[in-house]
Design a protein around this ligand. Sequence first.
Ligand code: SAM
Length: 236
Amino acid sequence: MSMSPSLNQTVIPAMTVQPSDSRPPAPASPDIAQARLKGMRGKRGVVGDSLHWLGVRLGIAYNGSFYYPSEDRSILECLIFPYYQLSREHQRIVFVGTAWYTHGYTRMFSRKIYTTVDPNPANAAYGAEQHIVDVVGNLERHIAPGSVDTIFLNGVVGWGLNARDEAETAFAACYRCLRKGGHFLIGWNDLPEHRPFRIEEVESLGKFQRLVFPPLAASEYLIDNEWRHTFSFFCK
Ligand SMILES: C[S@@+](CC[C@H](N)C(=O)[O-])C[C@H]1O[C@@H](n2cnc3c(N)ncnc32)[C@H](O)[C@@H]1O
């Protein structure tokens, strides 16, 4: 029987397919383990820390299938990431800042050239095979100028990248590593304790143009939850 699509079907040609022998091994269990670790904020003690590390180890064992259950994370993982997963123009992806709940992103971007960056060596466990232990401001020491299609800088400003001069260096390094037309996403919390400066005050960001991100039809998108997480989209 013919498998040709009918006239009103949209056919999306397959992207580059890896040879079967180079595919990553299947996870040990077909079940997706989900950790609904609620109320993380401000509830860490000795017991909390032990549970946290137990969760981390299980996450690694289950191929990074733990996730952080918040609305902003759902928008990142279910709406923003798929756009890049399916885009032919975005093959080289850099994700800055790794944590237990970002380990699964390696699998999400397994059909891309996916690199992660974090200065804390302990966080390499949640990163890509191509993981860089360094601050994002030193990106050019590891990545060729003009070679990257997309950089995600989510949850880093106000979470370690707290000094404006460090942000100047970091945004400038991202600009140089991106190719012309490359995308730069900054995810930040619009809360006094995680907003050490306004990103628009950082001069090196002025080299970028604002990008209206098609799936959200916005260049800035605030999720009005307890984190007031905001996605700001830029283009080189
Ligand atoms: C809240 S955590 C996880 C952020 C993760 N990208 C996300 O989507 O939530 C912040 C991470 O940023 C890393 N970080 C802090 N300052 C950094 C810098 N200057 N360059 C790169 N990573 C940095 C920290 O080590 C930490 O792992």
